[in-house]
Design a protein around this ligand. Structure first.
Ligand SMILES: Cc1cc2nc3c(=O)[nH]c(=O)nc-3n(C[C@H](O)[C@H](O)[C@H](O)COP(=O)(O)O)c2cc1C
Length: 185
């Protein structure tokens, strides 16, 4: 039996009950007992400014400490203008600095995107992946998750409505669990 692993979940949308938040909560509920998914808020992070690193704002420190304490990172994001929402990119930038002290380095990662549209946030998903290369985060490749028509995914309690979607997300979580173990995190 492997030890439990802590996964820091970064949600790309600030909308409190947006589809990304619902999806992040649904993934936390579906996760196997060996994975604990905790959402790390990116809401209060000031825009990254290297000058602030001389005396970092509390929000930077809290965020960096939360990611540092996790074994892995899961990004759950919508797509903004075919790319990554600015608050999520900002959080990535904050966590990656000061130079040489990135809290992301070598942590295993996975990326899930969603959109009410038909393409499931493919552009955002791959924009996140572009940063993960430079951040040196070994990233789960399969299964890829681009959840399309996300406005129809949830029941009135905010849970995933369809069993086949729950099964797909559960399969993804088991693959992520195996990936985390394989990286030795
Ligand atoms: C500034 C902005 C840009 C958007 N650009 C895209 C886009 O490029 N592709 C897409 O599929 N949806 C786009 N959308 C629609 C979002 O997918 C939709 O608002 C989604 O519900 C946002 O995620 P959330 O529910 O987690 O807040 C955009 C929305 C906003 C506010």
């Amino acid at each position: 039996m492997s030890e439990g692993k802590r996964v820091a979940v970064m949600v790309g949308s600030l909308r409190r009950d947006g589809y990304s938040s619902l999806l992040a909560r649904a993934l936390a509920a579906l996760a196997p007992a060996s994975l604990t998914l905790d959402i790390v808020s990116i809401r209060d992070l000031p825009l990254y400014d290297a000058d602030l690193d001389d005396d970092p704002p509390e929000a930077y420190t809290l965020f960096r400490d939360a990611v540092r304490a996790a074994d892995a990172v899961l990004f759950v994001t919508p797509e903004y203008n075919r790319s990554i929402p600015a608050p999520l990119k900002n959080a990535i930038d904050v966590g990656s600095r000061p130079y040489g002290q990135s809290v992301f380095s070598r942590k295993p990662a996975a990326v899930v995107s969603q959109s009410p549209g038909a393409m499931g946030g493919f552009g955002a998903n791959h924009a996140v992946r572009q940063s993960l290369v430079f951040l040196n985060m070994p990233t789960l490749q399969q299964p890829e998750i681009y959840l399309a028509h996300s406005d129809a995914l949830f029941d009135e309690d905010g849970a995933i409505a369809e069993e086949k979607t729950r099964q797909f997300l559960t399969q993804f979580l088991h693959a992520f669990e195996a990936w985390i173990a394989r990286t030795g995190a």
